[in-house]
Unconditional design. Structure first.
Length: 256
């Protein structure tokens, strides 16, 4: 059976430096893949290639066997690939509810004339999207802050809001770029528990970039290690822990 998401020999260079170099990774449906490596290893560039922010100079990216390469980011979202960002990107002045409701409305275009007229079908759709947005906020523990401006929320809440907004696009594949960045151990444990609940409930395939090795080793079913844009190793958490090359290059000889 073909993998859900495939990167086949993808490369991307910036100013003569190959940030991603002939990388091939396949991810099966329902899998949780951790992507690790130090800063500059090419992890976020891989996410930018998958989500259409960059085009690969070589290779191709497939979702369910159909190419994503060359599609705009919004088209890739509609195909079923959503992401969060290392640097949080929210509509800071909009409420938490509006941040989640907006992608729901975008998935179900209503037409300019019906929207201007406020037809019954438009009102029903807006009501449905509002209710669904509240469900997602409740899922991530933010229902009490639904009316608060996103930019006023504590950092950890903003991380959860970005996750709720990504879920609103109804993805099959969710790319999480350092979801626990800036969180303390308690917040990280809480986020890990939340992701463990969300993944099967939404039938999600997850790709996670993360420097919190405890989260990666406990949560991911498979790990891929990048080294200067190339694949150094991949396997189960136990196999990655046992790899002398990985221990020495990334985790430290005493870390495992």
């Amino acid at each position: 059976m073909a993998s859900l998401l495939e990167c086949r020999g993808i490369s991307r260079a910036f100013g003569g430096i190959r940030a991603v170099d002939d990388l091939s990774i396949a991810v099966d449906r329902g899998e949780i893949l951790g992507l690790i490596g130090p800063n500059g290893a090419g992890k976020t560039t891989v996410f930018n290639l998958i989500s259409g922010f960059y085009a690969p100079s070589e290779g191709e990216i497939l979702l369910e066997g159909s190419p994503l390469t060359g599609l705009r980011p919004d088209a890739i979202v509609r195909r079923g690939v959503a992401r969060t960002f290392q640097n949080i990107r929210l509509f800071a002045r909009q409420s938490a509810l509006e941040n989640v409701r907006t992608p729901l409305l975008q998935r179900h275009p209503r037409g300019i004339v019906p929207t201007l007229l406020g037809t019954p079908s438009v009102r029903r759709e807006e009501k449905r999207c509002t209710a669904r947005a509240m469900e997602l906020l409740d899922l991530v523990g933010l229902a009490p802050w639904s009316s608060a401006a996103a930019g006023t929320l504590p950092y950890g809440h903003q991380r959860r809001l970005e996750l709720a907004r990504a879920l609103a696009s109804e993805p099959a594949v969710l790319l999480l770029d350092e979801p626990a960045a800036g969180m303390n151990p308690e917040e990280t444990a809480s986020l890990t528990a939340l992701l463990a609940t969300i993944a099967p409930a939404f039938d999600l395939t997850l790709l996670i970039i993360e420097h919190h090795m405890d989260l990666v080793m406990r949560f991911c079913s498979r790990i891929a290690v990048l080294h200067f844009g190339r694949l150094l190793a991949e396997g189960s958490p136990a196999e990655i822990r046992a790899s002398a090359a990985v221990r020495e290059a990334y985790l430290g000889k005493k870390s495992c």
